[in-house]
Design a binder for this molecule. Structure first.
Ligand code: SF4
Length: 348
């Protein structure tokens, strides 16, 4: 692995979300833990890197559900029943609990042994707070077990309408396993820059009518209303994927179907043929966010990407009593490991 003094700058939907949630958490996630994975790391970088590798039940279940969907639509383990699915996911969660409560393993190899927030912050798996989360994720598993075979994507593929599978969380041609980079260009702080954009599509396939179906799976317990406008975060994410498919596979927008499918509630939002104008607006939004991110980099130079001081990245709260801090994995770095989390209302 290359050792670099600073992290490489790039833009992605998750980076954007972190930046817009709390600047301090953005610094922890994208700067403070850089090189914290080396054999003899700087102790501060290693500590931050450890907290980067904190997860929670909700995220683990979301990852498990994505795995099941991927297997189901790529014809691996094709005959899953609802009961099989629930059992598989419960075993998956159980394994995450074993890993996610091993402090020594988390300390030595944080990326291979992500710590669970419920164990670290919420008084262990049997605490009232954790039990509430477990009830919540169990309901999700029950719903998913009932719903996944009713989703539009599953039904379409089982009806034989998939002509070619192109990506399923990874490129099926194996040219780049972990998502792909594309570029757009902008003048930032007086210099022309190539902005690297990371996109990882849950599922991309060519349908029997020649349309490229871009599917984003969601695992929220409740549905969100999606507005066909680049200012709507859900639609914006689909537009980023449309731009990615256009750049990488040279597919015209008129041949695309954008699909956001909640596999827990069984609802699908679908939109065909985004216009160039609306995709351009999404790109403008990316450029404007990159400009804001560059304000936190020395001389706005995202090519060198030396971050300004940690203190210049503001905290969303001074005392940790807000919904963002209560569910934040970096909470210990801001307020100490023993700081009290007062509610579990905002876990989703
Ligand atoms: S605990 Fe709060 S202030 Fe600290 S990084 Fe997380 S969200 Fe930001």
């Amino acid at each position: 692995m290359n050792i670099t003094k600073t992290p490489e700058f790039s833009w992605s939907c998750s980076r954007s979300q972190t930046f817009n949630t709390c600047r301090r958490s953005y610094w922890y996630q994208y700067y403070g833990g850089h090189n914290g994975w080396l054999d003899n790391p700087d102790i501060t970088a290693h500590t931050i890197y450890k907290y980067r590798n904190v997860t929670n039940f909700n995220l683990v279940v979301g990852q498990g559900i994505h795995e099941v969907m991927k297997k189901a639509v790529t014809f691996k383990d094709d005959d899953y029943s609802g009961q099989d699915v629930k059992k598989w996911l419960k075993d998956y969660l159980h394994e995450a609990c074993i890993k996610g409560s091993n402090m020594a393993a988390w300390d030595s190899k944080p990326n291979r042994n992500p710590m669970l927030q419920e164990f670290l912050y919420w008084g262990g798996f049997k605490s009232d707070k954790s039990k509430k989360v477990i009830d919540y994720v169990n309901k999700k598993l029950d719903n998913f077990g009932e719903m996944f075979k009713n989703t539009t994507t599953y039904k379409e593929i089982k009806a034989g309408r998939m002509k070619e599978l192109i990506e399923a969380d990874e490129n099926m041609n194996n040219d780049n396993k972990f998502g792909s980079e594309i570029f757009t260009y902008s003048n930032i702080h007086g210099k022309d820059r190539a902005i690297k954009i990371w996109a990882k599509v849950d599922l991309l396939y060519i349908r029997d009518d020649g349309k490229y179906v871009i599917t984003d799976w969601k695992t929220e317990a409740k549905d969100v209303f999606v507005k066909e406008d680049s200012s709507d975060d859900s639609y914006f994410q689909l537009l980023v994927y449309a731009w990615y498919v256009f750049k990488k596979y040279h597919v015209l927008f008129k041949n695309m179907i954008l699909r956001r499918e909640n596999v827990v509630t069984g609802t699908t939002f679908e939109s065909a043929a985004p216009s160039l104008a609306v995709v351009s607006k999404a790109l403008q939004r990316i450029v404007s966010e990159v400009e804001s991110m560059a304000d936190y980099v020395v001389d706005g130079d995202v090519a060198n990407n030396v971050s300004c001081s940690k203190e210049s990245y503001g905290m969303v709260s001074d005392d940790g009593h807000c919904s963002q801090c209560e569910k934040c994995k970096f909470r210990a770095l801001c307020f100490g490991l023993d700081s009290t989390v007062s509610s579990v209302e905002n876990i989703a």
